[in-house]
Design a protein around this ligand. Structure first.
Ligand SMILES: [Fe+2]
Ligand SMILES: [Fe+2]
Length: 194
């Protein structure tokens, strides 16, 4: 499945995107190994997560309308936020992928979601820190690599939220729900230690 997806992406998406997807897949596999997760599922999520990223806004919305979940007014006016959900529909319809861990990871990779799962967390982090990303320093990557999985997601999510706030953009609800969930999980862990 990985090779089939990789060939499709190389043929149908821009070269820059293909490089980003290859690099994300590699980073996903590395993080999966680090946390004892299924590297193959991670690689598949990594190589395919932006499969819908270069479609038109209209195509993205048409795909997402098939997944049975709500689309907010804000998402209707900013369809790029939906490219993960559109990607999950493509993976299901065109490639017959039905594993929820892969679909949820791809579906929620853009802004995060409490239901993204462990592979989803790995993808969320890998998408942000893969070595091709120009906004990331080696120092930051090293620091992230030293954290546990929830810590990594909190680190990346807080940088994203800060970036959006500085630009005066909206922080979508699923990002905030995820952030709150991770913080409360961390709190519980601290409490149980004491
Ligand atoms: Fe994306
Ligand atoms: Fe990406």
């Amino acid at each position: 499945m990985y090779t089939e997806l990789k060939d499709y992406i190389e043929k149908n998406l821009s070269h820059l995107r293909f490089e980003h997807l290859l690099s994300t897949a590699k980073e996903c596999a590395y993080l999966c190994q680090m946390f004892g997760l299924d590297s193959n599922a991670g690689r598949i999520a990594g190589i395919s997560h932006d499969i819908a990223r270069e479609l038109s806004e209209k195509e993205i919305v048409t795909l997402v309308e098939k997944d049975g979940m709500d689309i907010s007014d804000y998402e209707y006016t900013h369809p790029v936020l939906l490219h993960g959900r559109a990607g999950a529909v493509i993976l299901q319809e065109e490639f017959g992928i039905n594993e929820d861990v892969i679909l949820n990871a791809v579906r929620w990779h853009t802004v995060g979601h409490p239901d993204m799962g462990s592979i989803g967390k790995v993808l969320f982090v890998a998408d942000y820190i893969e070595p091709g990303r120009e906004h990331i320093t080696e120092d930051f990557r090293r620091r992230v690599h030293g954290l546990n999985l929830n810590g990594m997601v909190i680190e990346v999510l807080s940088r994203q939220i800060e970036y959006l706030r500085n630009k005066g953009n909206i922080i979508v609800e699923s990002s905030i729900l995820l952030y709150d969930k991770l913080l409360s999980e961390n709190d519980r862990k601290h409490l149980s230690v004491g």
